[in-house]
Structures are given as C-alpha cells and as structure tokens.
Design a protein around this ligand. Structure first.
Ligand SMILES: [Zn+2]
Length: 113
C-alpha cells in the first residue's frame, strides 16, 4: 500500500455478472463501458469493483487474479464464509490488502451526480 491512498465512492453502478460458471465473477463488458462513460460524464472515473464470495472468504480468488488487469483498481470483496468485507488494490500483477474502514448503506437508487 502507498501511504495516502484514499478511495471515495461517489456512485455505485450495478453490473451483470457475465461469467459462465455460477461461482465466477466477470463484469459484463458493456456494463463496464456504460459505467465508465457515465463516470467520465460526471467528471469521475471508475476506481474499483465489488462482489461477494457467498461460500468463500473475503479475499481474492485465483479467478479474481486471472480476471484482474487494471492497475490501481480497488476490489471490495464480501465473504459469506467469514462474514467479512475487505478491500484490496490490484498492482503489479497482484492484490495488496488495504486497511479498510467504511460506512455503508444500500439503496435501490443509483446516484447519477
Ligand atoms: Zn472473487
């Protein structure tokens, strides 16, 4: 981790899981592109993604590692097995755990501004 890394999520963009296997995670490319365009239109950029491992731990899987590629991209992973929520950053072909503190709330509304 580089000291001073601060990530602020201003909007969440729901995306479809495009993976063929039910226990895999792959953001549908058109959803990723749509979210990226919307973020840019609002003067933002996509900083990361989030997903869960309903039967696994809150840590990147080897499939996550195989699917990752964007440098300095934040990954939030919720784990059902450990009831955890952890943050990682993908850098230099690997995941690095980040200290994580957050206040979270869910909503059916998706902030657009
Ligand atoms: Zn995963």
């Amino acid at each position: 981790m580089v000291c001073g890394d601060v990530f602020v999520a201003r909007a969440l963009h729901p995306a479809r899981n495009d993976a063929e296997a039910a226990d895999r995670f792959a953001i549908a490319p058109e959803d990723h592109l749509k979210a990226s365009r919307l973020a840019r239109a609002n003067g933002h950029r996509l900083i990361g993604c989030y997903h869960s491992h309903p039967k696994g731990a809150a840590e990147p899987s080897r499939h996550d590692l195989n699917g990752a590629g964007e440098e300095n991209f934040l990954w939030l992973i919720a784990g059902g097995a450990d009831c955890g929520l952890r943050a990682f950053i993908y850098r230099a072909a690997g995941f690095e755990g980040l200290p994580f503190g957050a206040d979270l709330v869910t909503s059916s509304l998706n902030e657009r501004n």
